[in-house]
Design a protein around this ligand. Structure first.
Ligand SMILES: *[C@@H]1O[C@H](CO)[C@@H](O)[C@H](O)[C@H]1NC(C)=O
Ligand SMILES: *[C@@H]1O[C@H](CO)[C@@H](O)[C@H](O)[C@H]1NC(C)=O
Ligand SMILES: *[C@@H]1O[C@H](CO)[C@@H](O)[C@H](O)[C@H]1NC(C)=O
Ligand SMILES: *[C@@H]1O[C@H](CO)[C@@H](O)[C@H](O)[C@H]1NC(C)=O
Ligand SMILES: *[C@@H]1O[C@H](CO)[C@@H](O)[C@H](O)[C@H]1NC(C)=O
Ligand SMILES: *[C@@H]1O[C@H](CO)[C@@H](O)[C@H](O)[C@H]1NC(C)=O
Ligand SMILES: [Ca+2]
Length: 938
């Protein structure tokens, strides 16, 4: 236990100690806000450009931008939630750097670690681009968050701002350039200072010579790493600032040593972040870039099927074909169109491959070509198929698994549940009776899944907040109706509860003004209930003429009720002796997102998102974000026991921007859901939302090595050390490591641990040599306590990156230019052809500026050359080509019709009216012209 003295000290550090732009909200701009502003800006720019190319309207949102307003401006209001989540995830990975790598100066550009810091950024950018290219956006976000941290810190920790620069240092996002004139190790950079004098503590010759330096930092009092004469970071935590030369230069907040320059530093960090995002966008293309930040066309949801395709399933496949067709026919082109389609076929032996596409026609063709063969009436690899779907579907997806057979891979249950908790996916099982042919009389019989086999599916469904629908084959078409309802982009869960074993219980839920299309799902045999509306009217389940239920349907074990809309508190009194689940959903723009977070034990405070289950029985925190309306506030966050009525309410701390930290004094040991209540301020009405997912805590704590940089190099064995700390029990832990790519992996299957002590192990992972860059690898390490009742896991995300040696963008070479532009520009055209070449190959050529016609073709016999022809009206005399190579190096070529070239430097470059330069060269030229002045060495 932490003593209260230590706790107080930590609190103090929270307010004063954060290094890098603060990670806690305050008046100064912190990493969270810097990151968010830049992402909002880059998203607006991208949507604006897309609207221009697509010829649609674009209305700039009003400043300051909000996620809601930007999503709406992008014509994707239904992406609001995924946009929020993407920004939040990138932010949390950014501030994690302060927690995991607090003392590694390379991650903060401290100690003049310029080369090392830049390497983190540029190597990370390669991984981000590779991930985007493979459509692995979560991996891209993770790496993006990690590298934005050092990029932003540069402007606070170095003297870039003090040198009088007004633009970001674009060389930090290029691997093959000079970062600037870096101070030699022996060169003094600061003098001791006191009070106001500290504004000018950097030596004059450093400033006048445009010499780049950064502050030294150390929390160890005795052995300082600060060489003689060097600047310090400054502040209470940095002990080097008490050694000559005393004082510091950081601009982390207004209260910092150089706090008078905080605003400049923070604004430049925003601009630098925008610039990095712009480069990532150039490499990805506009649509994939938007996907990366969580903005998609359509519903922002996946339509995801896992289908048993063994012989007995032909009726089921027919139902899937029909529901897929209906969804595609009704929703394509509307805001309910799934943004991505996923299919995992399961057969025997084996399962997969996973098919993921954004092309609805292709998906329909694939579904229509499914046939039911093989497998007999054996058990199938249904959980393996589900695991594959869970590692590929976007966060919060709804997955439908169709089968009539028991799972052959029951041991994967805990892994699947771990992945459900991490992705908050909702898994619905559509379980049909299997038809078996009796050997003796050759007659066909319908056989229901054994209760114990069905229970596995029920458990997984319940954990995810989904349903295990058990019907006959003939009833299936009716049951698939719930798939259509789940397609709505604004689906919210108002209540989800279950009782196993069944018992009578009363459930209360609040319906607010914003909720439409209120639906109640009940699964269970022989359930009866009484519904009581806010006005006090009641209706029994047996009463079909009541006024509260506008429509109801019963098929197999599933009952669906459509409720009349009445705002206020409803009650449903359930009576059943069999197990049952109750779920109330609706459509509303108001929703919430949350992460379990843990206060950092490091020197800088802040909190980190957990990749594991939280600790059982101890206090814990949740970071909750509200979305959908700017005028909502959280009034209550509670952890509600899933199978009982115990509620643990959290204490709320506002974080600004609609975020709240909820601190509970105990995380329950049993399954629980997260319920949020809040107020819509305009109407002071109360709303209620709930996580569909059931969460569990654990007495085991599992951590994995934070030094690994989440990159997997094909052919190189990666070791992932992990440790597990036990609670009160001792004995042998059962360990298992699984990954979504089936890569070779080793791990200890059993580890002995004493109570309250920890044990260590290592998982190794090997990606085969031919693995493409950008492949994402999701590694789940599980530890089961002796007896198997308690389990914890950690889910780690890696990106495969092949070694990159090409850091140069493609180059353009003029082949021909014909421009007969006359006085009246509308009567004449200009045309040119250009050869675009690159060492590793040209990936993409697109038009960034100009409204002419662009045609590209591969040069015969050389796939590293792309031929480009461009024709435009003389009224549009300038154009810019965006040229991207296969590893994502982004360059640009300026094209011009005539002698009125935009830059007078053109002749210096090509001796013609045609100007072709990479973005990098452009930077250098501008520098030479004194337009921008990053110090250049050599
Ligand atoms: C800091 O991080 C970099 C990049 O991951 C790594 O190469 C270096 O070894 C780390 N330094 C220390 C002292 O751990
Ligand atoms: C917004 O992004 C554009 C394009 O990348 C950039 O030119 C501009 O400086 C950015 N604005 C801010 C405030 O960073
Ligand atoms: C954790 O340990 C406590 C005390 O031994 C026990 O009551 C509780 O059930 C355990 N929690 C879990 C999730 O196993
Ligand atoms: C743990 O496993 C080891 C090796 O398999 C075995 O010798 C030992 O008896 C086990 N301990 C317990 C408490 O089960
Ligand atoms: C905890 O385990 C370590 C080895 O992993 C051992 O050296 C230490 O004595 C153990 N502590 C207790 C209290 O059992
Ligand atoms: C420019 O003028 C020449 C000579 O009149 C003609 O052959 C050529 O097609 C013209 N080019 C364009 C792009 O109009
Ligand atoms: Ca290249």
């Amino acid at each position: 236990m932490m003593s209260s003295g230590l706790a107080t000290l930590c609190l103090l550090l929270l307010h004063t100690g954060a290094r890098g732009f603060g990670i806690l909200p305050g008046k100064s701009l912190n990493h969270l806000e810097i990151t968010k502003q830049a992402i909002l800006n880059a998203t607006v720019q991208t949507c604006h450009a897309l609207a221009q190319t697509e010829g649609t309207n674009f209305n700039f949102p009003t400043q300051p931008f909000t996620a809601e307003a930007v999503a709406a401006a992008c014509s994707a209001p239904q992406s609001s939630k995924t946009f929020h989540r993407a920004i939040g995830f990138i932010q949390l990975r950014n501030i994690r750097v302060d927690i995991r790598f607090a003392l590694n100066s390379s991650f903060h550009f401290d100690d003049e670690m310029f080369v090392q810091g830049r390497r983190i950024i540029t190597e990370g950018m390669i991984a981000v681009k590779a991930s985007n290219k493979q459509g692995n956006y979560e991996a891209a976000r993770q790496k993006l968050g990690e590298i934005l941290h050092p990029l932003q810190d540069f402007y606070s920790h170095s003297n870039w701002v003090e040198l009088g620069n007004t633009l970001p240092n674009s060389n930090l996002i290029r691997a093959d350039t000079s970062i600037g004139n870096i101070a030699a190790e022996s060169r003094a950079t600061c003098r001791s200072c006191d009070g106001d004098d500290c504004k000018n503590n950097i030596l004059e010759d450093i400033i006048s010579g445009s010499i780049l330096t950064s502050g030294y930092f150390d929390i160890k009092p005795i052995f300082s790493t600060k060489p003689k004469g060097k600047c310090s970071h400054g502040g209470i935590v940095d002990l080097t600032s008490r050694i000559e030369p005393k004082g510091g230069i950081n601009k982390d907040s207004f209260g910092s040593s150089h706090g008078h320059l905080h605003t400049q530093a923070a604004n430049m960090a925003i601009a630098a972040t925008s610039q990095l995002l712009e480069d990532v966008r150039g490499a990805a293309g506009d649509r994939p870039f938007l996907e990366m930040v969580g903005i998609s066309k359509g519903s922002s949801k996946a339509l995801c099927f896992v289908i048993d395709t063994t012989k007995s399933m032909s009726d089921d496949i027919k139902a899937v074909k029909s529901v897929t067709s209906t969804i595609i026919d009704n929703d394509v082109g509307t805001e309910n169109e799934p943004s991505v389609y996923i299919l995992v076929p399961v057969n025997d032996p084996g399962f997969g491959p996973l098919i993921k596409t954004t092309d609805s026609t292709l998906f329909r063709d694939i579904i229509n070509s499914l046939t039911a063969t093989g497998g007999g009436d054996d058990e199938e690899f249904s959980l393996s198929g589900l695991q594959l779907a869970l590692t590929s579907a976007p966060f919060n997806s709804e997955i439908f698994l169709f089968t009539d057979a028991p799972a052959k891979d029951k041991e994967l249950k805990s892994t699947v549940i771990a992945l459900i908790e991490r992705t908050q996916a909702v898994v619905n099982f559509m379980i049909t009776d299997s038809t078996v042919t009796n050997r003796n009389d050759n007659l066909q019989q319908s056989r229901r899944l054994a209760v114990s086999d069905a229970q596995l599916y029920r458990d997984v469904a319940r954990a995810s907040g989904g349903q295990a629908v058990e019907v006959t084959k003939a009833e299936l078409p009716v049951a698939t109706g719930i798939i259509k309802q789940s397609a709505s982009s604004s689906l919210v869960t108002i209540l989800h509860a279950s009782r196993n074993p069944g018992k009578a219980d009363n459930f209360i839920f609040i319906v607010d003004e914003s909720v439409k299309n209120l639906i109640v799902y009940i699964t269970g045999d022989s359930v009866t209930f009484t519904l009581i509306s806010p006005s006090g009217a009641s209706q029994q389940s047996t009463d079909s003429a009541g006024s509260l239920i506008s429509a109801s349907q019963s098929v197999g074990n599933l009952k669906t009720l459509q409720l009349q809309k009445q705002v206020g508190q409803w009650e449903i009194r359930m009576v059943s002796t069999d197990s049952y689940t109750l779920k109330v959903i609706g459509q509303s723009p108001i929703g919430f997102l949350f992460d379990f977070v843990e206060p950092s034990e490091g020197p800088f405070g802040g909190f980190d998102a957990l990749d594991t289950r939280p600790r059982a029985g101890l206090n814990g925190s949740l970071l909750v974000s509200l979305m959908g309306s700017e005028s909502t506030t959280v009034t209550e966050v509670a952890l509600v026991q899933s199978s009982g009525s115990e509620e643990i309410k959290g204490e709320l701390v506002t974080q600004g921007n609609g975020d709240f930290l909820a601190q509970v004094n105990r995380i329950p040991s049993g399954e629980f859901v997260v319920r949020v209540k809040g107020r819509i301020s305009s109407s002071s009405a109360v709303f209620q939302r709930q996580s569909p997912t059931n969460f569990r805590a654990s007495n085991l704590t599992i951590t994995a090595d934070s030094n690994s940089n989440s990159i997997l190099v094909p052919g190189t064995l990666l070791s992932v050390p992990f440790s597990v700390m036990s609670g009160e029990t001792d004995g042998n832990l059962t360990i298992r490591a699984t990954n979504n790519r089936d890569f070779d992996s080793t791990f200890p299957t059993s580890l002995f641990v004493e109570s309250r002590n920890s044990t260590h192990g290592t998982v190794t992972l090997l990606a085969p040599l031919n693995t493409p860059s950008g492949t994402d690898v999701i590694l789940t390490i599980e530890a089961k306590a002796p007896g198997g009742a308690d389990m914890n896991y950690i889910v780690l995300l890696f990106t495969v990156v092949n070694t990159v040696t090409d850091f140069t963008p493609p180059e353009c070479q003029l082949i021909s230019l014909e421009a007969n532009c006359t006085e009246n520009c509308s009567l004449s055209v200009w045309e040119l052809s250009v050869r675009v070449t690159d060492g590793t190959g040209v990936d993409r050529v697109s038009l960034r500026e100009g409204n002419g016609t662009l045609n590209t073709s591969l040069a015969a016999g050389n796939e590293n050359i792309t031929l480009v022809s461009y024709t435009a009206s003389c009224c549009s005399p300038d154009a810019e080509l965006l040229v991207v190579d296969r590893v994502g190096n982004v360059g640009s070529c300026l094209l011009s019709a005539g002698s009125a070239a935009p830059l007078s430097v053109s002749t210096r470059v090509t001796q013609s009216t045609f100007l072709c330069i990479s973005v990098l060269t452009l930077g250098l030229i501008l520098t030479e012209l004194g337009i921008q002045s990053p110090p250049i060495s050599k």
